[in-house]
Design a protein around this ligand. Sequence first.
Ligand SMILES: [Zn+2]
Length: 250
Amino acid sequence: MLEKCEGIVIRTTDYAETNKIVTLFTREWGKVGVMARGAKKPNSRLTAISQPFTHGYYLVQKGRGLGSLQQGEMITSMRSIREDIFLTAYASYVIDLTDKSTEEKKPNPFLFELLLQTLNYMNEGYDLDILVNIYEMKMLNVLGLYPVLDHCTVCGSTEGNFSFSIREGGLICHRCIEKDPYHYKVSSATIRLLRIFYMLDLSRLGNISVKDSTKAELKQVINAYYDEYSGLNLKTKKFLNQLDRFKDKL
Ligand SMILES: [Zn+2]
């Protein structure tokens, strides 16, 4: 039976001489692998639409095992992402995070939309660090993580000066701060952005401009939280951190 889906290519693996197994993150079915016969040949009609990051409509012959990709219609090639090493690195991390946090054939239209918007924003030249941080904050619920960002995790107070406690799993107020000697002292701007990123409807992202010092704090807190709770250890993330250090030297 031929079925149509809207998807993003998140991974490809060579299979035999001329074929590729293409992993799509789709709006309708979640993550699925499909066999793209002949996609390694340069003149195949499947070559262009099975490139990583491509967003399109895909026609799949569904069977008992892997479906077979019959044809596709490109919506966006995400060309800017593919042609820039920094953009590729950021987009690869976002895709890897999605891949490692989801199971096959579990539809999640919300996550599909989030991934698509994030890649589109990257492709259009929005701030990459901010986009990655927003994506990370929004992925927390997908990972089953619920940081406390609207009150102190210890006393419950909504008033005061807040720091971030990895151990307590969220904000900690100035009165409770000795409960966690390893808390991250961060600016109120950072606290506000953590909340906004967690709650924000990404389609409403305007021109966000964030100070470098705030960006550094955001990155530090989010990385520490992920290290402690996500159970993920992604090579793409390590590579991003290396790129970061490299950028500082430029
Ligand atoms: Zn407190």
